[in-house]
Design a protein around this ligand. Structure first.
Ligand SMILES: [Zn+2]
Length: 210
């Protein structure tokens, strides 16, 4: 329960990040700590002013559009600051969390570490560096059942999405599922095309029949 800390919970889709965040929030409530909970306004999963895990746990949360707004809500006597979906916050979130830590607060956050292309999501890399504790949770692979899924597979109409697929899909049935590294697929149609048609800069005089 000590302040001056930042605990970060991360992992792929469906690994129980928000559930773990809510579990820690609940413990702080039992300990009668003063707590403020935030989530980004961009999170389309929940429209209401609360955060909710897939297993039905929930807590009231203040929706934030810019990181700096967190500081408008935190009062000097607040002890715990919980933040969900950290991958969606702007770069000022690093300074905001550092400021809160330096001022004796305990920050608990959760966020998706990789996007569907398996590339670092938003400012999660910097957040993982400044955190005083990082917990990486694993999900169950939706393809083979392995309990070590660390990747988030994007599916469009049931098929693995192409690397060049637009960030926001218009039409089409889009979904995400957790997968282990072995089952994770990222087709890159453009790369195949480039390989097939690219020149090898051959010189006529170097060609020979064997
Ligand atoms: Zn698998």
């Amino acid at each position: 329960m000590n302040g001056y800390s930042f605990e970060l919970i991360t992992g792929p889709m469906s690994c129980g990040k928000t559930e773990e965040l809510l579990r820690r929030i609940r413990r702080c409530e039992i300990a009668k700590k003063k707590i403020k909970i935030f989530s980004p306004a961009i999170d389309t999963r929940e429209r209401g002013d609360y955060i909710k895990s897939r297993n039905g746990l929930a807590a009231n949360a203040i929706k934030i559009e810019h990181s700096i707004q967190i500081l408008h809500h935190v009062k000097p006597n607040d002890e715990i600051i919980a933040i969900d979906e950290l991958q969606f916050f702007d770069s000022d979130i690093i300074k905001v969390i550092t400021f809160l830590m330096n001022n004796g607060k305990k920050v608990i956050g959760s966020g998706l570490e990789l996007d569907f292309k398996s590339e670092p999501f938003g400012h999660m890399p910097e957040l993982m560096c400044i955190a005083t504790r990082v917990d990486k949770l694993h999900a169950v692979c939706m393809k083979c059942g392995s309990e070590h899924a660390t990747r988030t597979q994007r599916l469009i109409n049931g098929k693995p999405a192409d690397k060049s697929s637009p960030l926001i899909m218009i039409g089409g049935d889009e979904a995400y599922e957790a997968r282990c590294i072995k089952c994770y697929e990222l087709p890159d149609k453009n790369a195949v095309k480039t390989k097939k048609f690219s020149s090898m800069s051959l010189k006529l005089q170097d060609l020979v029949l064997r």
